[in-house]
Write a protein that binds this ligand. Structure first.
Ligand SMILES: CC(C)(COP(=O)(O)OP(=O)(O)OC[C@H]1O[C@@H](n2cnc3c(N)ncnc32)[C@H](O)[C@@H]1OP(=O)(O)O)[C@@H](O)C(=O)NCCC(=O)NCCS
Length: 196
């Protein structure tokens, strides 16, 4: 585990994008988290979401995110639209791993798919992750049958590093997984327009 070098990631919240706000999660988010993470279309594509998914699961998850945010070992963010910031539409989180590396993951509620929200929010979350100078790469990936998430990652500059298998709690089994990584330099160069 890295010692968090960036003094307080959570102090960077709320963070805005053109249409979205990334803010600290609260227990008021539990009903919407339970609703969307409880949708099989979401649960089947995320490693650590069981199905069925209860309000108790969502409440425990929010508690874990708040603890992570306080510890400085990562950042869990509720994503909402700027014009309705209390109404969570998705989640993005990253967690420090071994030296130089953090994992990042996300999901969005099905009513909000196909509007570019994931791309917009995850790009903002990546910027926040790289505020910590100790982080020089983010690992992500997706189940092989999840082209939408792989497309989001491709748009943001993640590159494929291999294939693996990950346990899907919702499916109670191993599922083929495409592993990806985004290096700080590649992300910064892309943002600066140096990479097509
Ligand atoms: C994956 C997910 C986050 C995408 O959210 P979103 O807000 O719809 O994503 P965006 O609109 O920013 O971008 C989606 C991209 O995938 C593309 N896409 C969507 N479905 C696709 C499919 N079946 N095949 C190929 N591309 C697809 C879209 O066209 C878009 O690309 P484009 O901008 O080049 O047109 C959302 O579907 C989700 O939460 N799914 C369930 C949970 C999940 O998969 N989480 C990630 C786990 S790794």
């Amino acid at each position: 585990m890295l010692t968090p070098a960036f003094p307080d990631w959570s102090a960077a919240l709320p963070a805005g994008t053109r249409r979205l706000v990334l803010r600290a999660p609260t227990f008021d988010d539990v009903p919407r988290i339970a609703l969307y993470a409880g949708d099989a279309k979401v649960a089947r594509m995320v490693v650590a979401v069981p199905h069925p998914y209860s309000q108790a699961h969502a409440s425990a998850f929010v508690g874990d995110m708040i603890a992570t945010n306080q510890s400085g070992s990562g950042l869990g963010m509720a994503v909402a639209r700027v014009r309705e910031s209390a109404a969570l539409v998705g989640l993005v989180s990253f967690t420090l791993q071994e030296a130089g590396s953090a994992t990042i993951g996300w999901w969005f509620g099905p009513p909000y798919w196909g509007r570019g929200f994931a791309t917009e929010a995850v790009e903002a979350a990546i910027r926040l992750a790289f505020l910590n100078p100790a982080v020089d790469r983010l690992t992500a990936g997706a189940f092989a049958e999840n082209p939408a998430s792989l497309r989001v990652q491709e748009k943001l500059g993640f590159v494929r590093t291999g294939l693996s298998e990950r346990t899907s709690l919702a499916r109670s089994g191993m599922v083929a997984h495409v592993d990806t990584v985004l290096h700080r330099d590649a992300f910064m160069a892309r943002r600066a327009g140096f990479v097509p």
